[in-house]
Design a protein around this ligand. Structure first.
Ligand code: BGC
Length: 789
């Protein structure tokens, strides 16, 4: 078997260097990494880039957004659903696979422009000579219920008999416990996963098999979601034998061919998914899956790829961040954007994006504040309909959030720290080894204010007040009610939040965390403003909101009083805001060692769970507050706090470096910006946390976009208009991107001399700010301004 496996080829000038992810040679140790990185998907589903025939140590999986199950397991899982790739190729009775045959060549390429993953592997065996197995696969962006696969087998040396067995595999298992290695694992990659518990979430309800087609309906054991998968196999050459296979969980078509040397045998397959939870669809899933197949009866792989490519072209036109002058950064931005685009589904308002998107089982597919704070900005400005769908998920899960609040003795709605399909709290109580209690589920309350922040950002960026009326206002009102009942009155009349955890997860059971208190204050103010605005600006509709939700004037005034009474917290003489009550008295522990990426390391003897008594932070907390509410803190205050907390932040979350990059740039400290950008942008490309095999760090992809556009591009919403103060890094020659704002599109083009802005569509002029100066953009006219920095 061949060894070396490289990820990116950056030594050519071709555009492929910034648009393609390549795997050269098969390396079992790196298989899991490639499986995540080269995931194909369309927001409705994601499929890891496992070899279609499987191999020892593979972590294959297809995940459907919103399909969760917790049957017989302590924590709910994003279900590893029936596999649509399942393919075995036999040549003269020998199985073409990397476990049994020698591999002489292996190459895979994911084309980020089109979402098509291609493969070419040459196997050799004395009995069959060299045989090339090539494949292509895609999850269609044009029809999100559809996937397509193409298999091509070529005997290179002599005529042989080839049998292609392809269909679906229903016996799937989730990795019940994700391995946590403190030291190098003893087992090789091929055997590593075998010692880990695997859990089953599916029961088969029915199956149907015809000569070149089949379908199966499975059901999740606990949540009862029916999943229908139908396939249709289309050989491009005539087989000598046409059969079916139905063993165990396999349902497949088996086609045998007599192949001349050098003459490829081609088999194509289309697969359709439908589930009983698909919103707005009432027809039985099996019927819908078969209809999808029928709809595409006359399209071959090339036609399906072309239709999908068209949608991809539109997605890229709205979303690409183009960097000139640094190919690896350009590739990393394309890769991150690709993964963001395959993570969200604008057509489904009942799902959000898990911490590892649909690319792996890390965090079991649970949804965190990552969605509103790290991911949402990308969608707000490039794919507003997807942003709306993501926030609609929070509306959809509002009943669960109400139940969670009630269960904790409070009113209104409290969002869970980790969410799945219902809004219930899904965060495990203990670490997998049972050694440490997760307090995040009990105390990381800020997620409820983060959701409100997301709603307000969405409305500010899109002007979509209908969303406010249909869903946003209800979220704001119900969550405001939660805060008012959770706040505790102190003897001095101020209101406190005790025993909470801010974004910095090293410190639990703290009182008056500045981030949480201030975001709650802001949240109550916004909820009050929205309730009043709706009542006056849209009296008829506002009245509807008022009657169905019931906030009367007295309640709105109560929110205002509560907001004003929330404890401001201590501030040092030089203006450092104390992270929580008593933080300044905790032990100072200097950061003294850095890893090879120049990132801080834990001081000797310390780890995630024993830093409570110190001032070290896992990730930005006060700095995050200033990032989210920049207009509330002077640049000088942001600078002082950034400097203080920068020296104490270990960045032990991939959410952390991008925020420090941007706040650093905004406060004049650009020293670390490029390094922090790299940390976020390369986290999966370079697997620099060693766990890309568990899935992509999708929040870091969102953070990467934010550093490029909101940091280096210097864009933000200010006083109701787009504002730009670019900070182009030395190593970039040019940065180009397009942003949407209130239904308009602005193309931005920054180089070291200036910034060019073009209003792309027809309509009224739009006022923007560049370097603090207002200017009006006229449709179709380039406005070029010398670089303000
Ligand atoms: C971070 C959280 C984040 C979670 C999921 C944790 O390590 O501390 O802020 O929400 O990962 O990405």
């Amino acid at each position: 078997m061949t060894g070396a496996s490289t990820t990116v080829s950056l030594d050519t000038e071709s555009s492929s260097a910034t648009w393609e992810i390549r795997e050269d040679g098969f390396d079992r140790e790196r298989a899991g990494y490639h499986e995540s990185l080269m995931t194909v998907g369309n927001g409705r589903l994601g499929t890891r880039a496992s070899l279609e025939e499987g191999h020892l140590g593979a972590l294959s999986g297809t995940y459907l957004a919103g399909v969760y199950d917790a049957h017989d397991s302590p924590v709910i899982d994003l279900v590893n659903v029936p596999d649509w790739l399942a393919t075995r190729v036999w040549v003269e009775g020998r199985s073409l696979d990397v476990d049994t045959l020698e591999v002489v060549e292996h190459e895979r390429v994911l084309d980020l422009r089109t979402g098509v993953l291609t493969r070419a592997t040459v196997f050799i065996d004395p009995a069959i000579g060299r045989v090339r197995l090539a494949s292509a696969r895609l999850a269609s962006m044009a029809d999100r219920d559809l996937c397509a696969q193409r298999i091509e087998v070529t005997a290179l040396d002599r005529p042989v008999e080839i049998t292609v067995v392809t269909g679906i595999e229903t016996e799937r298992r989730n990795l019940d416990r994700l391995p946590a290695y403190t030291e190098e694992p003893v087992l090789p990659a091929s055997r590593r996963w075998e010692k880990w518990a695997r859990s089953n979430h599916l029961r088969e309800r029915e199956r149907h098999l015809a000569p070149r087609a089949g379908d199966v309906v499975t059901e999740t054991l606990g949540s009862g979601v029916r999943i229908a998968v139908a396939y249709d196999v289309r050989p491009q050459s005539e087989p000598t034998h046409d059969g079916v296979q139905a063993q165990g969980g396999t349902l497949a078509t088996a086609l045998t061919f007599e192949a001349a040397a050098g003459e490829p045998i081609v088999v194509e397959k289309v697969v359709a998914y439908a589930t009983s939870r698909d919103p707005g669809r009432t027809t039985e899933p099996r019927v819908r899956a078969l209809e999808t197949i029928a709809r595409h009866r006359s399209s071959d792989f090339a036609a399906l790829a072309a239709a999908s490519r068209e949608v991809w072209a539109r997605l890229w036109a709205d979303s690409e961040v183009r960097v000139s002058g640094h190919r690896k950064d350009a590739l990393a931005l394309h890769l991150g954007t690709y993964h963001l685009l395959i993570a969200a589904n604008p057509e489904d308002p009942t799902v959000s994006i898990g911490a590892k998107s649909l690319s792996g089982e890390g965090y079991r597919g649970h949804v965190f504040w990552d969605s509103e704070i790290l991911l949402l900005p990308f969608f707000l400005y490039t794919q507003p309909s997807a942003a709306r769908a993501l926030l609609s998920y929070r509306h959809h899960t509002l009943p669960g959030a109400r139940r969670l609040s009630a269960a904790n003795g409070t009113r209104g709605a409290r969002y869970p720290w980790e969410a799945a399909d219902t809004g219930a709290e899904e965060c495990p109580r203990w670490t997998p080894d049972g050694q440490h209690r997760f307090w995040t589920r009990d105390e990381e309350l800020h997620v409820t204010a983060d959701v409100a922040y997301g709603v307000m950002q969405y409305v500010a960026a899109t002007g979509d007040t209908d969303f406010l009326l249909e869903a946003g206002a209800e979220i704001l009102v119900e969550t405001a009610r939660y805060w008012v009942s959770r706040l505790e009155r102190r003897d001095d009349g101020t209101l406190s939040l005790s025993s909470v955890m801010g974004p910095d997860e090293f410190h639990s059971h703290v009182d008056d965390n500045a981030f949480t208190n201030q975001l709650v204050r802001w949240h109550l103010e916004q909820a009050g403003a929205v309730a009043s605005q709706l009542a006056t600006a849209a009296p008829e509709r506002g009245a509807i909101v008022a009657t169905s939700l019931g906030p009367d004037l007295a309640e709105v005034e109560e929110w205002a009083r509560a907001a004003a009474a929330i404890r401001p917290g201590r501030e040092s003489d030089d203006g450092v805001i104390e992270q929580f009550a008593g933080y300044f008295e905790r032990q100072e522990l200097p950061i003294s060692t850095w890893d090879k990426h120049n990132m801080p390391q834990y001081p000797a003897g310390y780890h995630h769970f024993n830093l409570e008594d110190t001032t070290l932070l896992k990730q930005p907390d006060v700095v995050m507050l200033m990032y989210l509410l920049p207009d509330e803190y002077s640049v000088e205050s942001q600078r002082v706090n950034f400097e203080f907390y920068e020296a104490r932040t270990l960045h032990k979350s991939s959410l952390s470096p991008p925020i420090h990059a941007i706040v650093g740039l905004r406060t004049g400290d650009s020293a670390m910006a490029v390094q922090y950008f790299e940390r976020a942008a390369y986290v999966d490309l370079d697997d620099n946390q060693g766990n890309t095999a568990e899935g992509m760090h999708i929040a870091a992809a969102g953070g990467t976009w934010q550093v490029a556009v909101l940091g280096f591009g210097g864009m933000r919403l200010h006083d109701g208009r787009l504002s730009f103060t670019p900070h182009l890094p030395e190593r970039w020659d040019r940065l180009e991107f397009t942003v949407g704002w209130h239904g308009r599109r602005v193309a931005v083009d920054i180089d070291h001399d200036g910034i060019g802005l073009t209003l792309c569509d027809e309509g009224a002029e739009v006022e923007v700010e560049v370097g603090g100066q207002r200017t009006r953009l006229r449709p179709g006219t380039l406005h070029r301004v010398p670089n303000p920095c």
